[in-house]
Design a protein around this ligand. Structure first.
Ligand code: GDP
Ligand code: MG
Length: 166
């Protein structure tokens, strides 16, 4: 089976680090090129049971006031068409304005949204529950998965769960 996964999240949450880890250096460099209105394939991960195509969702990482109506429409259409939306957040910083903006765009989306709490290597394990609760109160996530993209903690588990949705 195969499917499309959109990784969204505000800058510096670790999206490129995650792609580097699962796909490799070369591909993730592509994702640093300036965004266009077209959806970009950031990398393809071929596993034993599946193929995962990670795509960029233009516009969604930018602050609201810079987003035109057209870009919002493009973003929403993309999010409708993927199989899984990975909403990545920074455990170190917690819920912020940038997250709230993205959650607003996600409202009404039928696509399953995963809350991926990244950088758990930077916090005390006892803090994870509180962080998760703050996001949970804002959105009905299909799955909630804490990871460290840098150190690799729980990344394999995340991929296995994604596979179930393809
Ligand atoms: P992006 O803007 O969402 O693509 O974020 P990047 O992948 O460029 O990461 C931003 C910064 O966070 C870099 O310095 C990464 O090394 C760091 N980073 C990413 N993931 C982790 C993580 O799991 N733990 C820690 N400690 N740092 C991370
Ligand atoms: Mg990046």
């Amino acid at each position: 089976k195969s499917g499309f996964i959109s990784i969204i999240g505000r800058p510096n949450v670790g999206k490129s680090t995650f792609l580097n880890r699962v796909i490799g250096q070369k591909i993730a460099i592509m994702s640093d090129k300036p965004q266009t209105t077209r959806n970009k394939i950031q990398g393809v991960l071929t596993r034993e049971q599946s193929q995962m195509i990670f795509i960029d969702t233009p516009g969604i990482h930018k602050p609201k006031h810079k987003l035109g109506e057209f870009m919002i429409k493009v973003s929403k259409n993309t999010l409708r068409e993927v199989d899984v939306i990975m909403f990545m957040v920074n455990a170190e910083q917690g819920l912020g304005k940038g997250d709230e903006f993205i959650l607003e765009l996600l409202e009404g989306t039928q696509t399953p949204v995963f809350l991926v709490v990244n950088k758990i290597d930077q916090i005390h394990p006892d803090e994870i529950v509180g962080i998760i609760d703050s996001y949970k109160s804002k959105y009905n996530f299909a799955e909630i998965i804490p990871i460290s993209a840098l150190q690799g903690n729980n990344v394999d588990n995340l991929l296995e769960v994604i596979e179930k949705y393809l």
